[in-house]
Ligand binder design. Structure first.
Ligand SMILES: [Zn+2]
Ligand SMILES: [Zn+2]
Length: 138
């Protein structure tokens, strides 16, 4: 497991540290996107700033991406292995379940190219679908 974590970090050009290994290990265990507060709770007594800095480093290296799901808390999810650097664009849909409040990546569904009116410059496209997840629908 540890070796796997160091391989993942290494593949993205991130130097392994005890903290990075810990945060990545936690992210690997998640089935849904997690907020900073949730991660802080799991990693206690590590403080929020340290967790945040680690996530920012991961984000810069294309290891995680942030998700705004309308709950007010930024959540983080691991990126596909194909995201290699800061210019990674996760053009996939995020799904937020209104019942269990979980948010997941749906990497198999890509966001269609949206054409903007003249003089509007796109930086990134985020697409969040709200609904009921399979667990809650069942
Ligand atoms: Zn649900
Ligand atoms: Zn995602």
């Amino acid at each position: 497991m540890d070796q796997n974590i160091e391989q993942i970090l290494g593949a993205k050009g991130v130097k392994p540290t005890a903290m990075r290994n810990l945060v990545l290990d936690l992210l690997l265990k998640q089935k849904t996107a997690v907020s900073l507060a949730e991660m802080e709770k799991e990693l206690s007594p590590v403080d929020r700033i340290t967790v945040y800095r680690t996530l920012k480093t991961f984000e810069e290296h294309g290891l995680v991406h942030s998700v705004e799901d309308g709950t007010g808390a930024t959540k983080f999810a691991l990126c596909d292995t194909s995201c290699m650097n800061a210019s990674h664009q996760d053009l996939h849909i995020h799904f937020h379940c209104i019942r269990c409040k979980s948010t997941v990546c749906l990497p198999a569904v890509s966001i269609p190219l949206i054409s903007l009116p003249d003089k509007y410059q796109r930086i990134e496209t985020e697409l969040l679908v709200k609904g009921v997840c399979p667990d809650c629908a069942g």
